[in-house]
Design a protein around this ligand. Sequence first.
Ligand code: ZN
Length: 290
Amino acid sequence: MRARLDHLVVSALQQGAAVPAFTCYDFTTALAVVEAAEEAGRGAILLVAPKTAGTANGLRLITALRGLADSAGVPIAVQLDHASDLRVIADAVAAGADSVLADGSSLPYEENIALVREARAVLEAQGHADVVIEAELGGLAGDEDRAFGADVAGSSAQGAAGLTDSAQVEDFVARTGAQLLAVAVGNVHGKYKGEPQLRWDVLQDIAVRTHIPLVLHGASGIPAEELVKAAAMNVGKVNFNTELRTGVLITLEAETGPHRADGENLQGLLGKWNASARDFAAGALSTLTK
Ligand SMILES: [Zn+2]
């Protein structure tokens, strides 16, 4: 069923839980996520990468995910992830996305605010004032779509992005009108080099300065015993991508040969893909609900 992202997340937080968001590059993975959410009786979020949304076929995928979300037995939101291109934002929403991460985190502070406000203006002009906007303050190191092992934010290593400055949070939220706030507290996109060191002290500083739900990106690789603490810090949405991909690719690597031998059994192979993504999603749902 259709769910506003902010309502879904706030109602989870009221129950001491967070909602997992999963990047879907394809429909097989999205089906698996929705099945896992229905089995758990919990809501979930389908994320679409901006590179996906930047193509005509990607926009068709968004429309297909919208249909999947609307027919699901639990609340499912469809969100455009990490978009900084206003045209991609407008196209994705027209195709069926009901929420957007307007991501100006790589820009200077004032330009970040301006981007979020422009995104809102574009959506309002389009007649989509009800679209939920997430904004991001503080830059995350790493690549969302390909994992190479990123340096942890705040480290002195080359190119490492900065932690969210909690002193900016109140002003940023007020001026952007963002309904969710993605933060950089030692989380990275892709793979962690060594053990992730989440800065719970920074997260706590941020959490006391705003009432809107916080979002943790780059959760792949953060141990479950750390993730369960998220909701207590007002983190109501946690994004997963890399680990989901890893699981699917390991499965495909192992299963492609046997399924070729089994009469070019693509249907059977897709079943294995589905099972891998479903198991991962079920695990994330269970972790964030504890
Ligand atoms: Zn992200």
